[in-house]
Design a protein around this ligand. Sequence first.
Ligand SMILES: Cc1ncc(COP(=O)(O)O)c(C=O)c1O
Length: 404
Amino acid sequence: MNCLNTDQLISEQIRHTPPSFIRSILNTAADPEIISFAGGLPNPASFPQEALLASMERIVTTYGSRVFQYSITAGLLQLRETIADRYRKKFGLNLGADHVLITTGSQQALDLLSKVLLNPGDGVIVEKPSYLGALQAFSQYRPAFHPVELSENGMNPEQLKNVLQKPVKLLYAIPNFQNPTGLSYSAQNREAIRALLSNKNIVLVEDDPYGELRFEGGRLPYIGAGHLPGSVLLGTFSKTITPGMRVGFLISENKDLIKHLSVAKEASDLHTNIFAQYLIWDYLQHSDYEAHIASITELYRQQAQAMTEAIDRYFPPSVSATRPRGGMFLWVTLPKGISALSLFPLALERKVAFVPGDPFYINEKDVNAMRLNYSNADCPTIEEGIRRLGELLWEKVGHSLCRK
Ligand SMILES: Cc1ncc(COP(=O)(O)O)c(C=O)c1O
């Protein structure tokens, strides 16, 4: 039998899409003896399994064949109404069900936005560093990336101002407990970005999977939602109920944009799994969602604290780390010139894993930073993993004096 030469067959689109670095890392770190801070998994203890089982029975009994039948692209009306209602009450946004599109995780929303907006060479502003799943989704359409530095307060407004002189179609931001850094944008930074974007013909995508998981400080307003006509807000039930059901949502007051995104979604998967949509909706009706979120937040507060305290105890002073006030990640910066990627195999030898910084950047190699996830390990395991990593860091960079 002749072999198939896929190299000659694959599209330019997929040729330019980087494979998920994290997935390959997770494969390497699959050894159960390895303490992995590499993934981005919610703690399985946070899945409300009993309540979901009750919801499964109830939706099958109550709605019968409807939970197994094809459905509409926009998503289950009751679920869209519930989401619109929640954002109306919590964030003062003037929304109805028509402003909400249910997506197969917020990852699909990133894909649909790319499909609808981007031609090769179109300008896209991203944070530096940014969520690698978004970089991967955008890369399929070969845009011109314009990374803007992310600092403790948010996106650098001066750099953003400069980049906005260029033709740009889309700005992608994760303003709350960002993946990978755990950083959040300050109120002042949000206002500054809003001011820079007003009167610009740009779609601002605020991706907010972690905003609900705040364990310190008060909620801050969105940058664009309720203020800018090109505002798109992404949400998901992945971090607050279950990622496996793949139910996310996109909110925009711009109905034209919603219409185009719906066409793209229809072409992509017709609609999001209707059983999963009924399940999430029923769960929201019959459970105390706010209390559930509060319990996850408390869990992650303790885990984040265990990690930051262990970092203070075990890491050399030449290494710094962000102090997240919510979400699932923190970001460790090594002394200048030290490649986190080069430390990765040595960490695996000590049975601990992290994600080196490289894949969160556009075309940067041997970055002196790493992402650590604290949501998927208990506090004693976190302490032990950080101790192992600390030993390695003392050995390799402990005597370095400079930070960054
Ligand atoms: C910033 C960000 N956006 C989107 C996603 C995708 O989430 P979902 O499970 O809703 O597709 C993730 C997942 O980790 C994320 O960190």
